[in-house]
Design a protein around this ligand. Structure first.
Ligand code: ASP
Ligand code: MG
Length: 423
């Protein structure tokens, strides 16, 4: 008897019919003899609708404690309805809020971190033969207040529950058939990837692939939780994400490139004419970090012995543009640099593949493909298994398609997209 955690995103439980379809799927697994703990997101666009309501009642910055009470209600609706739908099919089911499922978090409302997971009640329900259904995206703080884990946080709930229950697998159900070589909404010829290492998945999630929440992938890596991404709209095999897999002869023959991620909503900041001395980068990037903005790619031009200054450029989420420019400007007089430049609407393309390690021609092939497509590269960064480039946002989709073709990733048939949210 296996123990499965099955997580269903908002598009998989968007209405009553979808809820019943999910219930049938859960019941089929339970009746085959396995134990099932389910994690659900809020139905469809419920979370966005609740955010809208709050913005009308409390324009500006709504009180964060009440915001979490409000948003956590979306997942409670889903868990109760799904429990009813499962019971309709003659199988016992019980729902649990994040608190009841033992999800203890810190007190950071809106982006709380899990500190401890003690799902004793979930375990008891499973041992009694019930399907346990847990509300995603929420927990209870060390102050006993309801918290939420940040947008898309139900993935993290699912992985954390799977780790705490020592489940055999954590299945993430969404509205596409798995992880693809590129976003099928942009590259219709994208191909489903059958297996991926956790490192590749981490790079994908960190650089714009929307299917899995980054924190969930990090959690899965830390606790060795095998993930399986699949569609709730089909019986396709999906994508298996393997943790701690040793490199074998079989896996070494896998494709060099496993996929392309993209992120279209970045901004680029440049501090021009910074005095070329120790501590300059620390001061600039430190100020941005203190403003609560996470800096992504950083490039400093080469300091030459004859120049007394250098430039530092970095990318940030587009939404943080104003905050970031203000934080850097605040340093300008004190540090004596010439100017702060800001460009919004830049995009990032990331080519990812574990096989890159042993394949030195990947970078030149990437740059040639972008050149052929007429795409100007503004910045470049690399990791062992990733190469990212920054370009103008208007070129991004063409760039993704061109690179996909250049690395021979195109499939013969178009990918199927069932919903449209990718969750
Ligand atoms: N309902 C929450 C959101 O929309 C959490 C989730 O779906 O994972 O962000
Ligand atoms: Mg959602």
């Amino acid at each position: 008897m296996a123990l499965l955690v099955m997580k269903f995103g908002g598009s998989s439980v968007s209405d009553a019919a979808a809820m019943s379809r999910v219930a049938r799927r859960v019941v089929a697994v339970r009746e085959a003899g396995d134990q099932v703990a389910v994690v659900v997101s809020a139905m469809g666009d419920t979370t966005d609708e609740l955010l809208d309501l709050a913005a009308q009642v409390a324009p500006g910055v709504p009180p964060e404690r009440e915001m979490d009470m409000l948003l956590s209600a979306g997942e409670r609706m889903s868990m109760a309805l799904l429990a009813m739908a499962v019971q309709q099919l003659g199988v016992p089911a019980r729902s649990f809020t994040g608190w009841m499922a033992g999800m203890r978090t810190d007190t950071a409302h809106g982006s709380a971190r899990l500190l401890d997971v003690q799902p004793a009640r979930v375990r008891r329900a499973l041992d009694e033969g019930s399907v346990a259904i847990v509300a995603g995206f929420q927990g209870i703080s060390t102050d006993d207040d309801v918290t939420t884990l940040g947008r898309g946080g139900s993935d993290t709930t699912a992985v954390a529950l799977a780790a705490a229950l020592d489940a055999d697998v954590c299945e993430i159900y969404t509205d596409v058939d798995g992880l693809y070589t590129a976003d099928p909404r942009i590259v219709p010829s994208a191909r489903r990837v059958t297996r991926l290492t956790i490192e590749e998945t981490l790079e994908m999630a960190a650089h714009g692939a929307k299917i899995l929440h980054l924190r969930a992938v990090e959690y899965a890596r830390r606790f060795n939780v095998p993930l399986h991404v699949r569609s709730s709209f089909s019986d396709q095999e999906g994508t298996r994400i393997l943790t701690g897999r040793p490199l074998t002869e079989d896996t070494m023959e896998e494709p060099i490139i496993s996929g392309i991620a993209h992120d279209r909503s970045l901004g680029k900041v440049t501090a021009v004419g910074i005095p070329d001395r120790p501590g300059a980068a620390a001061a600039v990037v430190g100020a941005v970090a203190r403003a609560g903005v996470s800096v992504d790619m950083i490039v400093q031009n080469v300091s030459t012995s004859d120049a007394a200054t250098s430039d530092i450029s970095f990318t940030i989420p587009e939404a943080d543009g104003r905050t970031t420019v203000a934080a850097v400007r605040a340093l300008q007089d004190e540090m004596g640099f010439a100017d702060v430049l800001y460009t919004s609407h830049v995009g990032k393309l990331s080519l990812i593949g574990a096989g890159m390690r042993s394949n030195p021609s990947v970078a030149s092939r990437l740059f040639a493909a972008l050149a052929d497509a007429g795409v100007n590269i503004e910045m470049i960064s690399t990791s062992e298994i990733r190469i990212s480039v920054i370009c103008d946002q208007v070129d991004l989709e063409d760039a993704v398609r061109a690179v996909h073709t250049a690395f021979e990733l195109d499939a013969d048939e178009d990918a199927v997209v069932y919903g449209g949210t990718g969750r």
